[in-house]
Design a protein around this ligand. Structure first.
Ligand SMILES: Cc1ncc(COP(=O)(O)O)c(C=O)c1O
Length: 355
C-alpha cells in the first residue's frame, strides 16, 4: 500500500524514539536499562493509592492539576502559576516544542544526550542541531550560542553520561542565548546541586523534572515544569486539556508531601553508584563521574564489544542499555543503579564474563 501520499514527510523520514526494553510480565530480569528506581515509593505514597476512590474515576481530573501545582509550589518555594504538570516529563518536552519551536526553527543540544529531543524536534518540523560535547564532557557553549536556536535543551545531569555542567556555565548559557533554555533535571535528586535558584535571574529558563526516577513513580507518568508565570501561561495553551489523570495527580501530591521519606533510598542509590563506578574501573571499564542514578561505562578495549556485553548480560538475566544507533556510544553501556544485591549480582556476572 502506498501510504506516502498521506503521511507527513517529517514523519516518514524519522526513525522514531526507541525506548529501552520493558520485559513481559512473568519474566524476571535484573532491570538496569531504563533508570527506574529499584525501591518502592515510601509507605505514605503507597497509602495514597490504597485510599484512591474509584467512584471518582468516571469524572475528568482537574484540568490544570492544580492540587499538584499547589503542593509543588510549597515544596519548591515557587508560585503555583510558575508550575505546569505533565504526563511525565516527555509530555512537558512536547509542550515545550509546541510552544517555542515554529516549523523550521532551530533546536540545539549537546550530544550525546536524551535522544527523544531529536525525535520531538522532527515531529514538530524543527531544524535539529546536535553539537558534540567538548573533551571531558565540557559544554560546547560557543557553538550552542552560535546556533541562535529558538530552544536549547540541556539535561543536567546528562543522560547517558551522568555528568553535570557547572551551574555558572548554565547561567552564562541562559544569559547569552537568544532563545529559550530548557534545563532537564530528570535526575537532579541524585545530584549535588540544582538549577532552581537560576529561575529568578533568567526569564528564558524553563526547568523540567520527573517523578519517574527519584520518586519511583515511572508507571504513573508525572512531570513538572518550572518557569516564569508568563511562559507557563503560554505553555498551558498547548497541553492536552486533561493531560494528567486523577490517580497520578493524587500520588504526585502525596509524593510532594513526603519528599523527606525518599531520602534513605536516594542515599543508598548514591552510595551504590560510587561502589559500582569503582568496581567497573577496577575491571578496565572507563566510567565518567556520574551524578545520576546510572553510570555510562565504556567497555574494556580488548574483549567483547558493547553489543556483545549487552547480549551476554541479557542471557544471564541482566538488562542494561546499549545505544546501537549512536556511533559516539558504540563502545558504551548505560547501567542503572539498583539495590546492593542487584549490583553484587551484576559484578559477579561481569567477573564471570571477564574470566
Ligand atoms: C534526560 C531525561 N529527560 C526526561 C526523561 C523522561 O522522563 P519521564 O517522561 O518518565 O518523566 C528521561 C527518561 O529516561 C530522561 O532520561
Amino acid at each position: 500500500m502506498n501510504i506516502h501520499r498521506w503521511v507527513r514527510p517529517e514523519v516518514l523520514a524519522m526513525a522514531g524514539y526507541q525506548p529501552g526494553e520493558q520485559p513481559e510480565a512473568g519474566r524476571s530480569f535484573i532491570k538496569l536499562n531504563t533508570n527506574e528506581n529499584p525501591y518502592d515509593p515510601p509507605e505514605a505514597v503507597r497509602q495514597a493509592l490504597a485510599e484512591a476512590d474509584w467512584h471518582t474515576l468516571r469524572l475528568y481530573p482537574e484540568p490544570s492539576s492544580r492540587p499538584v501545582r499547589t503542593a509543588a509550589a510549597a515544596a519548591y518555594g515557587l508560585q503555583a502559576e510558575q508550575i505546569l504538570v505533565g504526563n511525565g516529563s516527555d509530555d512537558l518536552l512536547t509542550i515545550l516544542l509546541r510552544t517555542f519551536v515554529a516549523p523550521g526553527a532551530t533546536v540545539a543540544v549537546p550530544e550525546p544526550t536524551y535522544s527523544l529531543y531529536h525525535s520531538l524536534c522532527q515531529i514538530q518540523g524543527g531544524s535539529f542541531v546536535g553539537i558534540p560535547w567538548l573533551p571531558e564532557w565540557q559544554l560546547p557553549l560557543a557553538s550552542l550560542l552560535a546556533s541562535e536556536a529558538a530552544l536549547i535543551l540541556l539535561a543536567r545531569p546528562n543522560a547517558p553520561s551522568g555528568h553535570v555542567v557547572p551551574l555558572p556555565v548554565v547561567a552564562e548559557l541562559c544569559r547569552r542565548a537568544p532563545g529559550i533554555v530548557v534545563l532537564d533535571e530528570a535526575y537532579v535528586d541524585f545530584a549535588e546541586d540544582h538549577g532552581l535558584p537560576l529561575l529568578q535571574q533568567h526569564p528564558n529558563l524553563v526547568i523540567i523534572r520527573t517523578f519517574s526516577k527519584s520518586m519511583a513513580l515511572a508507571g504513573m507518568r508525572i512531570g513538572l515544569a518550572f518557569a516564569s508565570c508568563e511562559l507557563i501561561e503560554q505553555m498551558h495553551k498547548v497541553r492536552d486539556s486533561y493531560n494528567v489523570n486523577r490517580l497520578s495527580q493524587q500520588l504526585a501530591v502525596a509524593a510532594l508531601h513526603h519528599l523527606q521519606a525518599y531520602q534513605p533510598a536516594l542515599q543508598a542509590i548514591r552510595q551504590q553508584r560510587q561502589l559500582l563506578s569503582d568496581a567497573l574501573r577496577q575491571r578496565g571499564f572507563q566510567v565518567p563521574d556520574s551524578q545520576a542514578n546510572f553510570v555510562l561505562a565504556a567497555v574494556p578495549g580488548n574483549g567483547r564489544s558493547a553489543a556483545e556485553w549487552l547480549s551476554a548480560l541479557r542471557e544471564a538475566g541482566i538488562l542494561v542499555r546499549y545505544f546501537a544507533s549512536d556511533p559516539a556510544l558504540r563502545h558504551h553501556l548505560r547501567i542503572t543503579i539498583g539495590t546492593p544485591e542487584e549490583m553484587a549480582q551484576l559484578i559477579a556476572q561481569i567477573d564471570r564474563l571477564l574470566a
